[in-house]
Design a binder for this molecule. Sequence first.
Ligand SMILES: C[S@@+](CC[C@H](N)C(=O)[O-])C[C@H]1O[C@@H](n2cnc3c(N)ncnc32)[C@H](O)[C@@H]1O
Length: 340
Amino acid sequence: MGYLDARGRSYLGRSEAVVAEDVRTEAQRILDAAADSGWITDTPVIYQHPLAYLLGLEGIALLRAFSGLYDRDFTLARLREIQALLDSAEEFGDGVEARPITTCEGYDQWAPFYDEPGNQLLDIEQPIVREILDSLPVGVALDAACGTGRHTAHLASLGHQVIGVDTSREMLARARDKVPDGEFYEEDLHDVPLPDDSVDLVVCAIGLAHLEDLGQALAEFVRVLRPNGHLVISDSRGLIGDIGLPLVRVGPDGGIGYMPTYARLASDYLAAALPLGLQVRRCEEPKTPSPLLGDDGVTLYDGVRLPDPVPGDPPSIWSLHELAIEATNAAWRGRPAAII
Ligand SMILES: C[S@@+](CC[C@H](N)C(=O)[O-])C[C@H]1O[C@@H](n2cnc3c(N)ncnc32)[C@H](O)[C@@H]1O
């Protein structure tokens, strides 16, 4: 069977055994080169190679096929595509190393663009969070990790007296513009600057993924909540299970940094929340719409085709997807985008 990849190359007539052997040899060559050059270290610097992401997608797709979701042709097409990707390894450059940066550094830089349309996670999360917020009694509301005030503004429009806390000065500046009557603090969620039993509602949207210790932040939320108060949490999910994709950014100095991100299982939130006396009233895990890409590689959510990946830049997974359309759609299939 002939097969064309997203770059229009065709793969014909190789036996699967030869393909598998070639894949093993090429993978070993890349691994040896990585070890020789010190790429593999135990420091917190992370290493992102575009091929690592693409081959990871292929791997997830193959596991889905192995479990029965896809057929023989799909599996063999994946093996050929892996071979082709490895054959063109040099076109992807050497990948990038990124050092950890603080969320203040990361979000201060992101703030001017954060509210621009096109963030699918926010579009998926927002209607569900708003539906919950709209059903709760009006009072004093804390937006914890309020960012640019996306939910703070909605809470204010519902009549709440709103307080926002965030560590990013630039994100807070946007929130202050949006909600001039709000009370805002440049503080950490680990140490919320409010007295005990002082708020009726805490909202923490897509912020906990940045915290290593869920328990401490949740304990702070419970401390400031009045008895019978409400806590609404949303968070991003990993690509698969506990595999999160850290946000990588090119800093003003040209250096590459990433914000550590913790992808959690639903049970991790429960394990942190239940001992604090919190009771779960509702839980949603809205999925990323599937398929993610059309046959032409365009993201179906917004119809956008991103520019080709630039070797030496941090790999943009969205640009890479069109190099492995079927694998991307299979790997992302059924992925929860958020937990609420
Ligand atoms: C993805 S944004 C979400 C912003 C807003 N809640 C929303 O949903 O649009 C994550 C926010 O968490 C903030 N953040 C991260 N770690 C924090 C911490 N330890 N304490 C306070 N804010 C934090 C960041 O500065 C950023 O504004």
